[in-house]
Design a protein around this ligand. Sequence first.
Ligand code: ATP
Ligand code: MG
Length: 432
Amino acid sequence: MERLHPPAAVLEIADKLEDAGFEAWCVGGAIRDAILGHSHLDWDLATSATPSEIRTLFGERRTIPIGIEFGTVGVLDRAGGMHEVTTFRRDVKADGRHAEVEFGVSLEDDLARRDFTINAIAYSPRLREVRDPFGGRDDIARRLVRAVGDPDARMREDRLRALRAIRFAARFEFAIDATTLAAIRASAPFLGRLSPERVKQELDKTMEQVRLPSRALAVWRDTGAFETLIPPVGTISAERMAAPDFIGVPNRAKPARRAIRFAALLSELPANEVATILSSLRSSRQELQAVSTMVDRWHALGDEIARALAADAPPSDAQVRRWVAAIGRLTVGAFMRAANGVWRARAQKGLEAPTAIAVRALYRRMLRSAFHDAIDLGSLAIDGDDLRRAGIPAGPGLGKILNALLATVIEDPSRNTTDWLLHEGKRLHADA
Ligand code: ATP
Ligand code: MG
C-alpha cells in the first residue's frame, strides 16, 4: 500500500484519537483515489469515538459540529484546515431520501453502509493496515463500480446512489457492474423522490469532475433517469450530449466552466425551457441567468456565425463588433467556448461545423473587440445627458436615438466623437 500517505495533519488527528484509545481509519474517496493514483484533498476519518468524545478530545475551539446528527465533527488542524471525523455508524432507517443513523457500531458496519465497494475501503495509519471487506481494491483493479451488498436494497435505501454510481463510473472511466446497473434502471422511476438540490448537485459534480460528461449523460438517458427527473434533457441528441466533452479540462474550482458545459448541453432546447429546467433544479440565479443567456444568444447567432466561418473570407471587423455587441462584452468568451463545444461535437459526428482554427481566430478577435471597441452605450463618447442638453427631451425616443448612434459606431468606430454624435443625434431627433 505504497501510495497511502495521508497528510501530516490527518495523521496527527488520527494519532490523537488512537492515543486516547479510539480507532481511527481513513475512509472513502481519499483511499479510493490514492489507490487509483489520483490526488484527493479531503482525507476523511472514521472513528469509534462518539461526536461528544471527539469534541471533548480536541476541545470546542478546534471542533465544528458540521453534521452532528450524522456523527460528523470538523476538526481543525494547526493551519486551520478542517478535516471531517465521523463516528462509525449504521443506517437504521432509510426511505430513499433520509437516513436515520445509529452510532456505537464497528468499522465493518460502517463500511457496509457505504455505497460502492470502491468507496468502502479503510486504512489505519496506526496499524498500517487496509480493511477492504467488499473487495474494493479488486473492483478498482477491474475498473468496476459495484454496490456494497444487494444493489436493489441499497438503491431503495437511498435513490441518490443510482446517480452517484453513474458519476463515479464516468469519472474513473469504469464500467458499472451488471446487477448494479440493473438496480439503477429499476431505480429510475423512483428518482423523483430526490430533492431537486441533490439532483442538481449530482449534475454539477458530473460537469465539474468528469472529463467526458457524455459518458454519464448517456447513462442518465439510457437508464431513464432523465425521463423521470428532467424529461426534455432526455430528448437531447447524442451529438449535443457530447458537446460538454469538448469544453475544458476537469477543475473543481471553476463554476464558470460548469455553466459553459450546461449551456452547450442545453443549447438544443429553447432558452425559456432552459430557464425553467434550471429553476426547477434550484439553480442559483446567477447560473440560471448565465446559462439561459448563452442559450438565447446561441439560438440568435449560432447558425449565422457558423455560416460566416464557412465562407472564404473571414468576417469583417464590423461583423465581429456586431456579434460581440449582441452577445455582450462579458458573455462573449463563455459563449464562444460553449459554441465551440457544440461545433467540435458536431464535427466529430461528421456534421457540418466551423473548423477549430477558424473558431479560435474569431474567438481572439472577439475578445480583443470586447476589450477595445465601443460596443455598448457606456462606451459612446456622449450619453443621454449630453443629448438632453442639446435639446432632445428625455424619454423612449432618446433611448432609441442612443441605440441608433451605437449601431452606427459599431459599423464605423471613427464616428465615436462628441461632435459627430451630437450632430447625428439632433438630425435623428429632427427626422423622428
Ligand atoms: P468525491 O470526490 O466526489 O467527494 P467521495 O467518495 O469523497 O467522492 P463523498 O460524497 O464525499 O464522496 O462521500 C464520502 C464517502 O461517504 C463515500 O466515499 C462513501 O463511502 C460515503 N457515502 C457518500 N454518500 C453516500 C451514500 N449516498 N450512500 C452511502 N455511502 C455514501
Ligand atoms: Mg468527498
